[in-house]
Design a protein around this ligand. Structure first.
Ligand code: PEP
Length: 256
């Protein structure tokens, strides 16, 4: 059984509110025919409410790019899961490599955020992936395994249906270098095995595992056709409605 494909766009630190409004509107108009592919857009915090107003009556879901695990308090500059939920967001990206690299996120903080997201009804998109050095040292599977076990520590089996994993080799993010479909598939299949070991085969078989790293219309078909690749987390190519909707339409064809 092939799982239905989920395409998410990570806008990163792009788009003022008026630009976000325009992009969200364009994406909505270009995807009105989509029926089977789950679509998620993740604007910056400042644009969440504005974008929600545009997509609330469409099939597009809203996601955030990060959150803090505490409920509320003296944490200047932080945003809680409850606050995100109140904007209309259903999803939240957690542990993106840029957060791990520039903002000190670790497997422990990722795990705390995953738990807080789930408690507040948000679906986490958990990012994992190795650096180029780690791939060259042949330790990709160990590195990703540690990230997966860390993220899933003390997570209940029934919560697994609300979690998405995104495998994003760091050397492929924003670099124009894409993992080959075979390279990506190998790691995706390993992640599924790890999840089967941590939980069971049923949980592993239904888990959505997205690939991320320079996904664009030109390479989406070959990546999304792989057995264990169930979607894409798209950075650069999601900032233009044309390229993002092309990727979604490629997914929709494969979902048929
Ligand atoms: C990302 O940041 O999640 C990403 C995959 O970016 P890009 O598509 O630009 O490589």
């Amino acid at each position: 059984m092939k799982r239905s494909i989920v395409i998410a766009g990570n806008w990163k630190m792009h788009k003022t509110n008026s630009e976000a409004l325009q992009l969200a509107n364009q994406i909505r108009m270009k995807t009105t025919d989509i029926q089977k592919t789950r679509m998620i857009i993740c604007p910056p915090f400042t644009a969440l409410s504005v974008v929600y107003e545009v997509i609330k009556d469409s099939a597009i879901h809203l996601g955030a790019q990060n959150m803090f695990w505490e409920k509320e308090g003296a944490y200047t500059g932080e945003i809680s899961a409850g606050m995100l939920k109140s904007t209309g967001a259903d999803y939240v990206i957690i542990g993106h490599s840029e957060r791990r690299q520039y903002f000190g996120e670790t497997d422990e903080t990722v795990n705390k955020k995953v738990k807080a997201a789930l408690e507040n009804g948000l679906k986490p998109i958990i990012c994992v992936g190795e650096t180029l050095e780690q791939r060259e040292e042949n330790i990709t599977i160990q590195v990703v395994g540690k990230q997966i076990r860390g993220a899933f520590a003390d997570i209940a089996e029934e919560d697994m249906q609300n979690i998405i994993v995104a495998y994003e080799p760091i050397w492929a993010i924003g670099t124009g270098k894409t993992a080959t479909p075979e390279q990506a598939e190998e790691v995706h299949a390993e992640i599924r095995k790890m999840v089967a070991d941590l939980f069971n085969d049923t949980v592993a078989e239904s888990l959505i595992i997205q690939y991320g790293g320079s996904v664009k219309p030109e390479n989406a078909q070959s990546l999304l056709s792989q057995q264990d690749i169930d979607g894409a987390l798209v950075g650069g190519a999601c900032l233009k409605a044309d390229s993002f909707s092309s990727i979604i339409h490629i997914a929709e064809e494969l979902n048929k």
